[in-house]
Design a binder for this molecule. Structure first.
Ligand code: SAM
Length: 299
């Protein structure tokens, strides 16, 4: 979708973009292709797209995946998408057991493949609904930056997380997702997502690839769900508590912070058994060490 087409569509529908909804549309064909290539799609794939906007990514996803479920919050854009993709309201649901939201589906006699479901909803509220199972899905999205982190934590931390995440977001959030131990960006978001997802590379996207150009840098990240979970459900709850407490004051020694919630003796025994210095700060501890500490404190 060219920039001139985007401008024309927005003008024709008299749409002023809403900054708070992160409406920066990606018009650069090369970057769109790179994003889709990162997802390694086949016709067997089901793709969740959050924030399709005017649909530049959606049309590429439809060409390569078996099914696309797109969730858009802005009614004006939903109306444009319904028109662009020849959609109609349907009772049918994609097989992630959705419920409640306002859905449309491509009619089988349209020129578009019958594999697009469009949901008009706030994606975060939609994802929090109990009934979704994304286990067989891939998330491929140019996310609204204001809600990118909560959306990723919501998706990644669930027991029914997607098998792959390819997401375009603010560079600073991408760096936090990809950060190695002891990096300045390493922290709560890194650990909550990397517990279930291994980072598989990222690339920057220049601001002038978007319309309008955002005033922050952007990047696309690729994460793959770990084949074997590192922790069970109960341990995962404890992992979240430990990580949040350990990073609650970044410059403080972890032991001092954790002592607020766990007995000192138990912590000291665990630190000794795991060869962690009693003076260590959270940013020096690897994901594996946080996982081991969680198991110790859980036992
Ligand atoms: N995918 C399009 C593209 O690449 O050009 C648009 C991406 S734009 C960065 C983000 C989109 O997310 C906008 O269309 C915006 O209306 C939508 N959006 C913002 N907040 C949302 C939310 N909470 N749930 C669903 N969509 C949202």
């Amino acid at each position: 979708m060219k920039l001139s087409e985007m401008r024309e569509l927005l003008a024709r529908h008299d749409i002023q973009l809403t900054k708070s909804l992160g409406q920066n549309f990606l018009h650069d064909a090369h970057q769109l292709q790179r994003i889709v290539a990162s997802a390694q799609l086949t016709k067997a794939d089901k793709v969740l797209e959050i924030g399709p906007g005017l649909g530049p990514l959606t049309e590429l996803l439809l060409a390569q995946a078996g099914q696309v479920l797109a969730i858009e919050m802005d009614r004006r854009l939903v109306e444009i998408l319904v028109d662009r993709f020849g959609l109609e309201t349907k009772e049918g649901k994609p097989d992630c057991s959705t419920s409640g939201a306002n859905e449309t589906e491509a009619p089988s006699d349209s020129t578009h493949p019958n594999n697009l479901y469009l949901v008009h909803d706030d994606a975060l509220a939609y994802l929090k609904q109990e009934s979704h199972d994304w286990h067989d899905w891939k998330l491929v999205a140019n996310l609204p930056y204001s809600v990118a982190s909560p959306i990723l934590v919501e998706l990644a931390a669930g027991t029914r997380a997607p098998k792959m995440i390819v997401a375009t977001l603010q560079l600073e959030v991408a760096q936090r997702l990809m950060a190695p131990t002891d990096d300045e960006h390493y922290g709560i978001l890194t650990l909550l997502v990397q517990l279930d997802f291994a980072p598989h590379g990222w690339f920057k996207i220049p601001a002038d690839c978007f319309f309008p150009a955002p005033n922050v840098d952007s990047a696309c990240v690729c994460l793959e769900r770990r084949a074997t979970p590192l922790l069970n459900e109960d341990q995962r709850v404890r992992f979240h508590r430990i990580v949040k407490k350990a990073f609650s004051q970044r410059r403080k020694m972890m032991l001092k912070l954790l002592k607020q919630d766990w007995p000192k003796e138990k912590l000291e025994t665990a630190f000794a058994a795991l060869n962690i210095s009693l003076q260590e700060r959270a940013e020096k501890l690897s994901l594996e060490q946080f996982v081991a500490l969680t198991k110790w404190l859980h036992s």
